[in-house]
Design a binder for this molecule. Sequence first.
Ligand SMILES: [Zn+2]
Length: 347
Amino acid sequence: MDPAEIIARLDDLGRQFEARLEALDQEQAIRACQAAYLGGKGEVTALRKLIKQVEPAARKTVGQAFNQVKERITHATGVALQRLKESEERAYLEQPVDLTLPGRQPRGIGRLHPISIVMHDIVDIFVSMGFDVASGPEIETDYYNFAALNFPADHPARDMQDTLFIKEGKTLLRTHTSPVQIRTLLKRPLPVQIVAPGAVYRRDDDPTHSPMFFQIEGLLVDEGVTFAHLRGTLETFIHKVFGKDVTLRFRPSFFPFTEPSAEVDIQCISCKGSGCRLCSHTGWLEILGSGMVDPNVLEEVGIDSERYTGFAFGLGVDRVAMLRYEGIGTIKLFYENDPRFLGCFRS
Ligand SMILES: [Zn+2]
């Protein structure tokens, strides 16, 4: 096969392509035209098969000619698409504008997100009981999120299913606000009495779980702290949030960082305990997790667990918000940020 002939044909194809492009003013047509030359069944591609029949010495030159025509077609396509975009923009700007049309009503001044409203209210209640507000980073290390909190190395919470790792086994998005307990105990002198509100992250994603949600952590460490203090604190809190006549119960549970541990339920605020959909007909609603700080956690941060004791608790802000604003079917509504939904809450 004569190399000069192939090169001449490639040149023809390039010219032919540019001529056809002239007549096109639709993006789809321009792209289809390009495909008719460079695509898998395109004309240039078909010609490339002939390269095997060219004598080896001339193959390099022919190969370069292929690259050139490919570049030529790609470049011409780019120029045509750009020209098309510019002319569309021009047409848009040249549209007549009716300056007499009424403007859009402003939505009014911004307001607090319902989660923020509930979070502020909860924090205020604890502040009124003498708690300080503490915070910590959302990107945590395995040490603060798990190891220092007495999670054994093989604990299932470390599993990829639950934890969003940034670097496996090293850095992660915190799965709870509890690392703030460790950070605070390392930083502040005793007694420590804090609440730590903030975002936490897990792999859950279904109608009742969001991969990001908000927790409030509480911690009190001092001499002579007992379970009675924990119970009194949480009872006061729940009565302030849900009303004085709400009954609560402590149910034995397990958390690596507290011993003993208890989950706290309140009597269903909807059916008052007789059973309904909200409480899955149990009459009770799970509201928070709590317990006495495990001596291992205190020792880990250099606190004498013979002399000091403490309690800790954690609750889901979204959970409280769902109960406070009854009728919200899914937690996700809080995070979709639809102004029609957010506009329903008074700050
Ligand atoms: Zn109920």
